[in-house]
Write a protein that binds this ligand. Structure first.
Ligand SMILES: [Zn+2]
Ligand SMILES: [Zn+2]
Ligand SMILES: [Zn+2]
Length: 463
């Protein structure tokens, strides 16, 4: 096992033996891409750049780097909670063995992950979060961070976003829960500014008529003998309470007078009222809103579900290929290839023409992600479109999640092209209205190609 120790403390001598090899490098010479070659990383937490180093590892485009076991070295308690959440733990003895088995377990789980590179940013962030939780067998927990805009932060999830768009973290967690990939447990409810989503707000009572916050609250006094009722200050004369209406001195509460309620007085417009309005003032954007118009948001702890684990391993949010196999007879690629070879021989002998086609929807994952709950319905429609364009004798094989191969028997390439165009057009007709919004037209990225069967090879068929 090779361990990369990032420190500029030259006096530190960490024993190394034949079970592991320790390579020490100063923080200013670290190249994140080179981390891939090590089995684990230990970062000296005393270094002021420690957080930035761990964050840049977690932000790497490559899962092999971003999911690397990273431990912190410190002889003292680490106060930086965010740094702790981004790492896999702490070592203090200078003896890395204690954490080696932990690192091995993480690496073992990382090795079970299938290579998958989603093009869509949100999908890749979702996948990264699932993969982190799965390879660490941990929950995603919110942490209080007073300097953070929303008050609660999920450090690993936040590391996947730039600081100005990190509200998307919350939305993505909601999505992952809706998809059944994470299970959320209520932790707290926060109120955010409805304009800028900041949690840094001042809740205050204001005057219903002039909206000033310059209010005071006073007792109301009811004088029994004359029935006069008004705020306490009108009765106050030094130490004594004197009724402004009948000029009698009020002595005993309960006998001479009572204090039935309180009243608010506005010092801007002198209005008095029983119930003030409550308003939120946002320190970030100076927005003023009534309390019931703030954004109320549930903060949860999240754990990965069995479906989430499956998704983490295979990298697939929704398997259209699997869905399609429940609707159509799919053949394995090896069998498909055998049929193609057989068909080439037959064509030579009987002088007929067959063709092979490829059909690829490169943003299929994004499509199923955007469509949300209606995805089964949509997948069914897509399967039907494909089914309708094929004859019973035609073959279909799934190359990967978004790429399908078709063998059109006794069909010349130009006729196969017609069937293929019909599939493409009908799928576009289905997807465009379902996925476009008023502001933005959704374009499915569909690629097709047809070759005479004897020219078929995987290299040639992709245009
Ligand atoms: Zn007022
Ligand atoms: Zn009176
Ligand atoms: Zn605001």
């Amino acid at each position: 096992m090779e361990i990369l120790f990032i420190t500029d403390d030259n006096s530190l001598k960490i024993p190394s033996d034949d079970r592991y090899k320790l390579v020490t490098t100063p923080p200013d010479q670290i190249e994140v891409e080179k981390i891939e070659g090590y089995d684990m990383v230990v970062v000296d937490a005393r270094n002021p750049e420690a957080q930035q180093i761990v964050k840049s590892i977690r932000q790497s485009q490559s899962d092999a780097i971003a999911l690397k076991p990273v431990f912190l070295f410190s002889t003292e308690e680490i106060k930086d909670m965010k740094l702790q959440c981004l790492s896999d733990g702490k070592t203090d003895s200078g003896e890395p063995l204690r954490i080696v088995s932990h690192a091995n377990e993480i690496s073992r789980l990382v090795s079970t992950l299938k290579e998958f590179k989603p093009e869509n940013f949100e999908i890749s962030a979702m996948l990264r979060i699932l993969r982190f939780l799965y390879t660490r067998s941990i929950q995603l927990k919110p942490m209080i961070l007073p300097t953070y805009r929303y008050g609660y932060i999920y450090p690993f999830a936040a590391s996947q976003f730039s600081d100005d768009e990190d509200f998307r973290i919350y939305e993505i967690l909601v999505r992952l829960e809706q998809e059944g990939l994470l299970m959320g447990n209520f932790y707290d409810r926060i109120h955010l500014c409805n304009r800028c989503r900041s949690a840094f707000m001042n809740f205050r009572e204001i005057c219903p008529s002039c909206k000033s916050a310059n209010l005071s609250v006073e007792n109301v006094i009811h004088h029994f003998s004359c029935g006069y009722t008004s705020e306490e200050s009108k009765f106050t004369h030094g130490e004594q309470l004197i009724c402004p209406k009948c000029n009698k001195i009020l002595k005993h509460i309960g006998m001479d007078y009572e204090k039935p309620s309180t009243i608010f007085i506005c010092h801007s417009c002198n209005e008095t009222f029983q119930e003030p309005l409550v308003e939120c003032f946002c320190f970030y954007c100076t927005n003023r809103t009534p309390v019931d118009e703030t954004v109320s948001w549930d903060i949860k702890t999240y754990e990965i579900t069995p479906a989430g684990v499956n998704c983490a391993i295979h990298g697939i949010m929704f398997s259209f290929a699997e869905f399609l196999s429940s609707q159509l007879d799919l053949v394995e690629y090896n069998d498909f290839k055998k049929m193609v070879d057989l068909e080439i021989e037959r064509n030579k002998r009987y002088k007929r023409e067959s063709s092979v086609a490829v059909f690829q929807v490169s943003n299929l994952q994004q499509i199923f992600f955007e469509i949300g709950e209606k995805k089964n319905e949509l997948a069914l429609e897509m399967a039907k479109i494909i089914k309708d364009a094929l004859r019973k004798t035609d073959l279909i094989s799934v190359l990967n999640e978004s790429t399908f191969l078709l063998l059109f028997l006794e069909t010349p390439a130009k006729n196969a092209q017609i069937a293929l165009s019909r599939i493409k057009n009908n799928i576009e007709k289905l997807l465009i209205p379902n996925l476009s919004t008023s502001g933005k037209k959704f374009i499915p990225q569909i690629t097709t190609n047809v070759l005479p069967v004897e020219e078929f090879s995987l290299n040639k068929i992709f245009p």
